[in-house]
Design a protein around this ligand. Structure first.
Ligand SMILES: [Zn+2]
Ligand SMILES: [Zn+2]
Length: 133
């Protein structure tokens, strides 16, 4: 049986929760983000289970489109000055309530994502590896 790790994320700028308890994905609160493509603005919801690529959006996107992501509370742009090592698009970062940062790629269709811990102790990384990260 696959172990599931659900992440509770917040905005790195205003620290408001990005979790939306009213809209569930895979029976868990979804992560709600405002997005903007070249043509449209809308809402993107991500599954909070780490490694699960399920998402919902009201914006028409093509595979390969780079999407700008913004906090729905403070409108802070969530992309950071680092690029995805797989496809070169900007990475987007969220704070994890329990500590650390999760980074995802802003390109639609690229599944690159990883977690960065503030202090990576062997103990912690071992724990997370056991959970399949
Ligand atoms: Zn914010
Ligand atoms: Zn990428």
């Amino acid at each position: 049986m696959k172990k599931e790790v659900s992440l509770s994320l917040k905005c790195p700028n205003c620290c408001e929760s990005l979790m939306d308890e009213k809209h569930l994905i895979e029976d868990k609160p979804s992560i709600k983000i405002n997005i903007e493509t070249e043509h449209e603005r809308g809402v993107l919801r991500l599954c909070c289970l780490y490694g699960d690529g399920s998402k919902w959006t009201d914006v028409a996107m093509n595979d390969g489109d780079i999407v700008d992501m913004f906090c729905p509370h403070c409108n802070h742009e969530l992309s950071i000055k680092e690029n995805c090592e797989v496809c070169g698009a900007p990475l987007v970062a969220f704070f994890i309530k329990a500590g650390g940062t999760v980074r995802i790629c802003s390109r639609n269709g690229c599944t690159n994502h990883h977690i960065v811990f503030k202090e990576v102790s062997e103990e912690t990384s071992k724990l997370y590896y056991e959970y399949g990260f």
